[in-house]
Design a protein. Structure first.
Length: 420
């Protein structure tokens, strides 16, 4: 079975955590003791129903305020597919958490309160998911029970969001009317919306096509570790030299000609070893060990690609970044450390080109700094070459993080939009 990673986003109190709790509950993916704990907590809070939001809102502050603060990851499976859920917060001050949760998602669910319609936060989250190149977007119009399952209200929200989405790069957009509290159209089709002819949310999650979203054309293999057992009692392992890592793009097979970067030397793959033995082909996101025909000086941070299909080798990058720390601001001329795939290098912020208002999409060219949760476009100069692709082409080789030289804390997440 394949794995679908999806993130939930939306305005405060739109029912994200309740929706995930409903998915887990109706798909029978929670244990009895978990359910008993939630029922007990719900009763202690004076609620006359089982508050399924408590399944994901685990922090005390979240339960007290009834909001999501941290990114909560949950796992469940159906006979068709496995799922990893990232429940992300809606508050603007937790934008960095939302970026973290959606950065690896195949699909994003944006919840909209049927009573309130499209709010500023809804637009912000829609923009962030498209900025992060999440391939599939589902707009779940929640709390339909509070508007008497009104078809016109649902269609008005669909029209409004569709007009807004025309400004964004959305490749796959789906609208589903739901009630997370009562389970309408979450796991099963609801008799309360006979006018809705689409599938339930879980059915859509089970059947959305994600295999073609991965880049299977551009071979990218960042080397993570060189394996040399030196086992004298086993002649085969005594001379074993393997290059371990996670495939970031393309398909690799024994016999393929590859090039090593930065040296530019070409060689051939002789064997591909997986966790359970040899494999005939490797593709994203498999973790494998490559054995090559020639002994080349390869180390962590190097890249293996195709001779006629290489990533950009660049030290000057243009990128969109989300600043993630309250301790300091991003300013021109500041020094940072770049972590890109398996390579780490020192860098300097050459220029802050503009700060982006994620609510209005306005570019502030006069900005001289980025603060916590702010997004902007920067120019970066790296001390050693990186092997990169545009983020829109490959999210793994097009993404990076910035690290504070002094504290070693991650201070920003970035998406490459140009290299030279």
């Amino acid at each position: 079975m394949d794995i679908l990673r999806f993130a939930t986003a939306g305005s405060v109190d739109d029912g994200k955590s309740t929706l995930i709790g409903r998915l887990l509950f109706d798909s029978k993916s929670i244990f009895e003791d978990q359910l008993e704990s939630v029922e007990r907590t719900s009763a202690d809070r004076g609620e006359d129903y089982t508050n399924l939001a408590l399944l994901t809102d685990g922090l005390r502050a979240e339960r007290e305020q009834g909001i999501t603060i941290d990114v909560a990851y949950r796992y469940f499976a159906t006979p068709r597919r496995k799922f990893i859920i990232a429940d992300t917060p809606g508050h603007i001050q937790y934008t960095r958490n939302m970026v973290t949760g959606a950065s690896t998602a195949d699909l994003a669910i944006i919840l909209v309160d049927a009573r309130k319609g499209i709010l500023e936060q809804s637009r912000r989250h829609a923009f962030l998911t498209t900025l992060l190149k999440v391939p599939h977007l589902v707009v779940a119009v929640n709390k339909m029970d509070l508007v008497d399952y009104d078809q016109r209200r649902f269609e008005d929200i669909v029209d409004e969001f569709t007009k807004f989405a025309a400004k964004l790069e959305v490749s796959d957009l789906t609208f589903i009317p739901i009630s997370a509290l009562h389970g309408d159209n979450v796991v099963d089709r609801s008799p309360n919306t006979p006018w809705y002819q689409g599938s339930s949310l879980l059915h859509h999650l089970e059947h959305v096509h994600i295999a073609s979203d991965r880049n299977l054309i551009d071979v990218r293999f960042p080397v993570q570790y060189v394996i040399r057992p030196h086992k004298s009692t086993d002649p085969e392992l005594h001379d074993y030299r393997g290059y371990a890592g996670q495939v970031a793009g393309g398909v690799l097979k024994p016999g393929d000609e590859v090039v090593h970067l930065p040296s530019g030397l070409t060689t051939t793959i002789t064997h591909i070893d997986g966790p359970n033995g040899p494999v005939e082909e490797a593709y994203q996101p498999m973790s494998v060990t490559l054995r090559l025909a020639d002994d080349i000086d390869i180390s962590r941070g190097d890249m293996i690609a195709r001779p006629n299909n290489r990533p950009e080798t660049a030290q000057d990058l243009d990128a969109m970044v989300c600043w993630m720390t309250p301790d300091r601001q991003l300013t021109p001329r500041m020094k940072v450390v770049v972590k890109h795939t398996t390579r780490t290098a020192k860098a300097m912020v050459k220029d802050l080109q503009y700060r982006l208002d994620v609510n209005t999409l306005h570019r502030d060219d006069s900005a001289d700094a980025l603060g916590l949760n702010e997004i902007g476009r920067i120019s970066l100069r790296v001390t050693q070459p990186l092997f990169v692709d545009d983020y829109g082409r490959n999210r793994l080789t097009g993404g990076f993080v910035l690290i504070d030289e002094v504290t070693n804390n991650t201070v920003a997440a970035g998406m490459i939009i140009g290299a030279k």
